[in-house]
Design a protein around this ligand. Sequence first.
Ligand code: BTN
Length: 260
Amino acid sequence: MTEFNLAPLDTKTIGKRIVYYKKVTSTNDLAWLEIANGAEDGLVVIAGEQMKGRGRFGRNWVSPTRKGIWLSVALKPRLPVDKMFSLMAIGALAVADVLKSHKLEATIRWPNDVVINGKKIAGIIIETKFISKEPEAAVMGVGMNVNIAQEELPEEIKDIATSALAEKGYEMAIQPLTEELIIRLDYWYQLLKDKQDNVINDAWRNYSAVLNRMVSLRSKDCAYQGKAVDLDPCKGIAIEQSDGTIKWWQGDEVELLRPI
Ligand code: BTN
């Protein structure tokens, strides 16, 4: 990618306006700023590089110059609180679809990691703002490693992360990939707005890397293992415990370590 062409996309909501910055702290910060200034539903903020890209659980998201897709979408979905969790599912679905269309067989490791052969290639973060318990706005941040060579990945994630380059052996053009991603995000977002929850849930479960597998989880005060017997974007993950009982966990309560 030399410079980004900012032409709006012929989509219903997401990508009708796209703003691009060479270097930002975090595209999520910029998307929140746009929302504060009255941004419309679906505005996309893209950066060539992030200095303080953020992931879930307060982690840093390494986002070197033009080596990946670093974007955020400003959303005003007018959804009930429980449906807001579905935003994470549609983000992961869009990423997995794009990778699949390039013959990269990705799966979704609950709730939001997109993985190839167990290694994370992309992640989604949803930040929300509520006014008197009503969801008012959200920012969906998507980070996808595209042209980062395996040896360029930070030491602490080298063994657990990957990129399109590492998987395919050659670089991919970032701009067309970004446009494909936005088009898929718009597609799934439309289904969500049209209350096609079953379609979304089925697709999300079909991509699952964890359903019906033993997984290990870590919560604030304990770590344990169990079989993932069900998934639901709103209810979370259902884990069968050693005594046979089923417990549902939300993504902000537990962190899923790798399937085992
Ligand atoms: C995760 O898996 O923990 C989520 C990672 C999300 C990273 C993206 S990169 C673009 C956007 N801006 C950020 O600061 N974070 C998200």
